[in-house]
Design a protein around this ligand. Sequence first.
Ligand code: NDP
Length: 334
Amino acid sequence: MKQQQIRLRERPDGWPSEETFSYEEVEVKEPTQDEVTLKTRYLSVDPYMRGRMNDTKSYVEPFQIGEPLNGGIVAEVTKTKSEKLKVGDIVSGALNWQEYNTVPADTVRKLDLHGAPMSTALGVLGMPGLTAYFGMYHIGEPKEGETVVVSGAAGAVGSIAGQLAKRKGAHVVGIVGSKEKADYIRSIGFDEAIDYKEKHVGQALEQACPNGIDVYFENVGGEISDQVWPLLNSFARVPVCGAISSYNLEQGEEDIGRRVQGYLVKARVKMQGFLVGDFQSHYKEAYADLSRYLQNDELQFEETIHEGFDKVPEAFLGLFKGKNIGKQLVKVEK
Ligand code: NDP
């Protein structure tokens, strides 16, 4: 049987485009002993994948030109040669961007979502949800009455991070790129929303954070974050989750802004970059907590879903143009 596969056609220098990707027709491999064939149901597009398109050393291997792209996928078992999984089981894993994957059964995780939709395994109950949880609770550590600012606040990670801070009784301010997103984050419990395309972020933050900022959950970097540094309180914490504003710089272009050291020293700020994978030994408790909050209706989530395998590039490119609210996914079957 034939299927479609998406490969890296060329490394983007600066902004990626449809030209970055190529669609190829390839055979679906038959499973051998202990393998399963998986039909892709939901495919996750994530900002970190942009970094893997560069030929630079990082915490994950770069994608190779002419090779399939790969990322978080929820899939259904359609054939099995494994005792661990049966036909119809729903699993998630890091799989190639193709309609079917044939892999060893022990390289994917059978989902147990306590009734939540399977797509949540790529969002609130998956990597983005865990990222929000560890960044906010293990590094940010907000306390009752403190002020927490989240950038990229209407996205997959930011929307959850803000709600987790609210659970601790913090005053939570989100920075987003549209009025629709500002309305959305207010609707899920953020106290204030700043649309950075409409307002001067520094002035808006001064108004929204009259007591200064105790935790800044950093998703975007760049000029937005430059406005945060002067407002950090003594002993503030800054979990640095990502810096999406710099992901599409051209070769040789530098990400220059306010130098941060003076602010950190003056306010004795703890700024810590982190990767969700650093917290693997705590995944179980985080899944349990996030699932419980969802079941109790104490945590809201949103998904932007493109339908059709042909929509994967458009969904990916949209992340850098702010097209998504909540988790951006592709539902492969229309
Ligand atoms: P999102 O769902 O937040 O999607 C990306 C959003 O970023 C867009 O919707 C857009 O929202 C905003 N954005 C895009 N370009 C810019 C820009 N130039 N300046 C400001 N905002 C911009 O993605 P995720 O929630 O998946 O990821 C959020 C961040 O977390 C990323 O930096 C990502 O790399 C990082 N991350 C880190 C992990 C880790 O382990 N450290 C794991 C997962 C994610 P808007 O319209 O508001 O601008």
